[in-house]
Structures are given as structure tokens and as C-alpha cells.
Design a binder for this molecule. Structure first.
Ligand code: PRP
Length: 210
């Protein structure tokens, strides 16, 4: 029988997802001992785990090549897409924030600000809601560098512990949204493979409500 494919976001969310699945009684030995392998079986189940980057988890689930995904709300907010967002898994908690160099009043003056972010759509939406005209520059990682180097006035990025901001002389000017890991499901899969997928989702929901 065709396995149920679950795409996990590699890294921190992968670890937490594996812990969750083990709590539910699934044998994730193969995922824990994966080496460089990217598709792993969950022994004695019809589940296969696929390890992918966050944006690719959304792409694979949206296209139905994976039935289920675990991905951060940050990626969902940035990418949008057509799938069911079934549950807030409660881990991977952090915030989207607008951050500026310490001592800078972001809203003082009238010049057009430059904002650096990996999340250009989230940043654009935030400033559109404020009716504020800004220039947005896409940065791929370590966005905190952009204001330090003089490229931008501020950043829109994820803040978890606040350490990266602090160690680079930046402070939060405003929080945009709370983020955590979400369980997403392909729309057709939920309909066509309901009998296999629903018990898994129910198990997760029951665990989250315990
Ligand atoms: C994220 C984010 C911040 C940092 C925040 O980066 O972009 O840089 O974590 O965490 P903190 O508040 O606990 O310091 P990540 O480590 O994912 O790497 P990246 O910068 O390459 O995206």
C-alpha cells in the first residue's frame, strides 16, 4: 500500500516532530539514525518521513507528493498556499518582529525606510497595513547584518531567545505575530485517504489536548 508521506522541516522542528511521534508510539529509529538519507520509514507503520527545507515542505504538501507536513507558521505566512492547516503543534515557538539598532526611533522622521528580511511578503503586508511606504530588500540569512552594514534601517525577522538581536546591538521595535510549528495536510489526501489520515490527526489532537 502507498505510504502516508509526512514532510518534516529539517533541523529543530524535525527533532521536536520526532519526539512528538515517539510520544504517540511511532518508531522513529530510522529518522534518528538517518545519516544523509532523506526518505525514512517509520517501522511497523504505513508512514514515511520526508526531510525537507521549510519552504519545500509547503511545496510538497501543496502538490500532494507528501500528504502531511510539519512547518513553521512563518513559512506559511510568507508563502501562503492551498492546504489545510490542521493543528498548532505548540513547539517551535517564536515571534516575528521588527527590529532596529538600539537607540533608533524607527518611526521618527519622514524618509522612506529600507527593511531587510528573508520574509519579504510578511514585511510588505505589515507595512501595507500601516499605510507606510518602505523599500524591502530580500536577505537570505543572518538578516541582522543588514542594518549593521548600513543596508537597511530595520529588519523583519524571527526572534526566539533574543540573543542574536542583543549580541548585534539590535532591539525589537514591534512584534508582528506569534509563530509555532503547524501540521498541514494536502486537500486531496484528506479526502481520498481519510481513513488513514484522520486517525493520525486525531491521535495528535488528543495528545495536544491532554
Ligand atoms: C533565526 C533568525 C535569527 C535567530 C533568532 O536564524 O533569523 O537570526 O534565529 O534566534 P534568537 O532570538 O534565539 O537569537 P536561523 O538560526 O534560523 O538562521 P538564519 O539567520 O540563517 O536564517
Amino acid at each position: 500500500m502507498k505510504p502516508i508521506r509526512i514532510a518534516l522541516t529539517k533541523g529543530r522542528l524535525e527533532q521536536k516532530s520526532v519526539e512528538l511521534f515517539e510520544q504517540l508510539g511511532y518508531d522513529c529509529t530510522a529518522v534518528r539514525e538517518k545519516g544523509r538519507k532523506l526518505i525514512l520509514p517509520v517501522y511497523e507503520s504505513n508512514i514515511e518521513v520526508v526531510l525537507a527545507k521549510a519552504a519545500d515542505v509547503v511545496t510538497y504538501v501543496e502538490n500532494g507528493v507528501c500528504d502531511i507536513g510539519v512547518v513553521g507558521k512563518d513559512t506559511i505566512m510568507e508563502m501562503g498556499g492551498t492546504f489545510y492547516e490542521i493543528a498548532d503543534l505548540g513547539f517551535g515557538r517564536c515571534n516575528f518582529a521588527l527590529a532596529v539598532p538600539d537607540g533608533v526611533d524607527f518611526y521618527a522622521g519622514y524618509h522612506t525606510r529600507c527593511i531587510a528580511s528573508k520574509y519579504v511578503n510578511v514585511a510588505r503586508g505589515f507595512f501595507e497595513r500601516k499605510n507606510m511606504d518602505v523599500n524591502i530588500v530580500k536577505i537570505e540569512g543572518s538578516v541582522e547584518l543588514a542594518p549593521l552594514l548600513g543596508l537597511s534601517d530595520a529588519i523583519v525577522d524571527i526572534v526566539e531567545t533574543g540573543t542574536t538581536l542583543r549580541e548585534n546591538g539590535l532591539v525589537v521595535a514591534e512584534y508582528l505575530a506569534q509563530i509555532s510549528a503547524r501540521l498541514i495536510v494536502n486537500i486531496a489526501s484528506l479526502k481520498l485517504r481519510k481513513a488513514e489520515i484522520e486517525p493520525f490527526i486525531s491521535q495528535i489532537e488528543a495528545y495536544l489536548q491532554r
